[in-house]
Design a protein around this ligand. Structure first.
Ligand code: NAP
Length: 321
């Protein structure tokens, strides 16, 4: 591949972080190529109404918001490939990225592949996702005012979701597969003191019952395999998230859970020219607005890197424009 085919910037991932990076980079004339994934849009594509993204005063559907983000980046010249990256090689410049047998090269790469909520993996969950089954209480709790809801999980996320839900729901039940929690003691104490919350221990959700909406759950005891049904209006699955970093972990520094590690106050990874933004490097906040914020940071960091990168053809390209 000749140097003329080396782009300035490739962005891997098409969620709030990737599209915001694309918008800023496109406006900075970096002509970014966004390899947005076959299922572009990220986690917001499985969210219904988004009411907490500033600027959408009347709320917006998650997929519609992602289409807006994408269109805004496109308006300034971002290019898109709606497919998955299958391989990367960041061992030397130019950085190399593959989609199947097609190879792309760039001086800078922004990784924005996000994280995926873990799901129970049962068929009825798939059927009710976004319609009574959610993996994000911050996003969806307000739709369960005065309702009877269940949360699955025994870690800090499940407790955080359950406690948040008690502000809206009339009753919150936390179902955990063991009789001991993984969550921190302070969270458990807080939950135990909350009158709206109770625990169903040593149990798993085996089936979500209901045609159009969630009507009940079938639970199964992990102690004696007994099954029983409980009425329910909603189910929140909070059994953890996995960062989408399988392609990168052998080249980029990451923590023990696979989240990419960036330098404090920046989006720089351990490889010069490679930046990480959004949920792929953030397991704490995980909001569209924070992902978009770090996407902006990534584009600014990449721009700064490219401006100081001596002898790369992008500089000449930029000079000739
Ligand atoms: P986590 O700590 O890995 O907990 C996941 C929970 O889900 C575990 O209790 C696990 O059960 C359960 N689980 C996993 N797969 C399951 C399945 N298929 N069916 C039923 N249950 C299943 O994940 P997390 O709660 O998302 O927390 C991730 C990290 O973020 C942790 O380090 C946590 O401390 C941190 N965090 C902190 C805060 C805070 O401090 N405010 C809030 C949220 C998260 P087992 O226990 O049996 O394995």
């Amino acid at each position: 591949m000749s140097d003329q085919n080396v782009r300035e910037l490739i962005i891997v991932g098409g969620g709030p972080a990737g599209y915001t990076a694309a918008l800023y980079a496109a406006r900075a004339d970096l002509e970014p190529l966004v390899i947005e994934g076959f299922q572009w849009g990220g986690q917001l594509m499985i969210t219904s109404d988004v009411e907490n993204y500033p600027g959408y005063a009347d709320g917006v559907m998650g997929p519609e918001m992602m289409a807006d983000f994408r269109r805004q980046a496109e308006r300034f010249g971002a290019e898109f490939i709606t497919d998955d990256v299958t391989k990367v090689d960041f061992s030397e410049q130019p950085l190399r990225v593959w989609v199947g047998s097609d190879e792309y090269q760039a001086r800078a790469v922004i990784v924005a592949t996000g994280a995926s909520a873990r799901w129970l993996g049962i068929e009825s969950e798939e059927q009710h996702k976004g319609r009574g089954v959610s993996a994000c209480a911050t996003c969806d709790a307000a739709f369960f005012r005065e309702k009877d809801v269940y949360v699955v999980g025994g870690g800090d996320s499940a407790f955080e979701e359950a406690l948040f839900l008690t502000k809206f729901a009339s009753r919150v039940h936390l179902v955990h597969r063991r009789d001991e929690f993984r969550a921190s003691k302070i969270m458990v104490d807080r939950a135990e003191q909350n009158e709206k919350l109770d625990f169903v221990l040593s149990a798993v959700v085996e089936e979500i019952v209901g045609d159009v909406k969630v009507e009940a759950l079938r639970l199964r005891s992990t102690a004696d395999e007994r099954t029983w049904e409980v009425p329910a209006d909603g189910l929140f699955v909070a059994i953890g998230h996995d960062p989408n970093t399988a392609l990168f972990v052998d080249q980029l520094d990451h923590d023990e859970n696979g989240y990419l590690v960036t330098k404090s106050g920046s989006t720089e990874t351990n490889i010069p020219g490679v930046f990480a933004v959004g949920d792929v490097q953030d397991h704490t906040y995980r909001q569209a607005i924070t992902a978009a914020g770090t996407g902006c940071m990534g584009a600014l960091d990449a721009e700064r890197f490219l401006a100081t990168f001596e002898g790369h053809p992008g500089t000449a390209l930029a000079a000739n424009r």
